[in-house]
Design a protein around this ligand. Structure first.
Ligand SMILES: Nc1ncnc2c1ncn2[C@@H]1O[C@H](COP(=O)(O)OP(=O)(O)OP(=O)(O)O)[C@@H](O)[C@H]1O
Ligand SMILES: [Mg+2]
Length: 215
């Protein structure tokens, strides 16, 4: 999926978070969003997913104004904070199967293995650690073959081995032409994959730079 952001300005109150943000990426591009706490990384992602209201003609997915898209298809999203309130017991296996419409094929197994979910696959999600739960949600976002995958600080709380598992899958998906947007404070893990950096600062200031020109 290609994405075009055109003069996007956004404020929750008076304080401007995004100021005339403008850039474009193509299908298969990997965009890494960096910037200190509060600089607007998650806000931009929420604009892109229509989780907050934006003006018409400011964000285009495959050349279509997102305000005119009824329902996103093939978009995987891992939010920064998982709001988790299942009131009934549910296992990891059930969370994943409910997200997966196909039969459990080789792709399903590869996701489970890459994120090392086997050891707690049959356990209740309420019993998992924060990092384990994060891995389950990354797996869930990956399962429906997204063409656009958006990960908001997915590696927070995840141990090194499993970060490597995530990076391995991202490398594979990039090869398949999936557009990937990730926000992170740990760019070393994704530096080799990154095509563009979006570096955000206070009051909507930003830089959009090709990876080769990033220092
Ligand atoms: N729901 C909200 N209502 C009002 N202000 C908000 C809301 N969400 C975020 N903000 C403000 O918008 C600004 C950008 O927040 P945002 O969450 O996008 O930052 P971030 O770059 O994702 O930070 P972090 O690295 O901590 O995740 C901050 O000043 C924040 O206080
Ligand atoms: Mg954030």
């Amino acid at each position: 999926m290609n994405i075009k952001v055109n003069n996007l300005t956004f404020a929750y109150t008076q304080k401007i978070v995004l100021n005339k943000l403008t850039f474009a990426i193509n299908s298969g591009d990997f965009l890494t969003i960096v910037g200190k706490n509060g600089s607007g990384k998650s806000t931009f992602i929420k604009c892109l997913l229509k989780l907050v209201k934006i003006a018409d003609d400011t964000i285009f997915l495959n050349d279509q104004d997102i305000n005119k898209i009824q329902r996103f298809q093939n978009v995987g999203y891992v939010p920064q904070r998982i709001e988790f309130s299942y009131e009934f017991p549910i296992t990891v296996s059930e969370v994943l199967s409910s997200a997966y419409l196909h039969r459990k094929d080789a792709y399903y197994t590869s996701v489970i293995n890459a994120l090392d979910l086997n050891t707690f696959y049959r356990e209740n999600v309420n019993t998992l650690s924060g990092g384990q739960l994060q891995r389950v949600f990354i797996a869930r976002a990956l399962l429906n073959h997204p063409k656009l995958l958006i990960l908001d600080e997915p590696t927070v709380g995840v141990d090194l081995e499993n970060i490597k598992g995530v990076v391995k899958i991202l490398t594979e998906l990039k090869k398949q032409g999936v557009t990937i947007i990730i926000s992170t404070h740990e760019i070393e893990y994704v530096r080799d994959l990154t095509d563009y950096f979006l570096s955000m600062s206070d009051f909507g200031e930003y830089r959009f730079v090709e990876a080769g020109k990033w220092n």
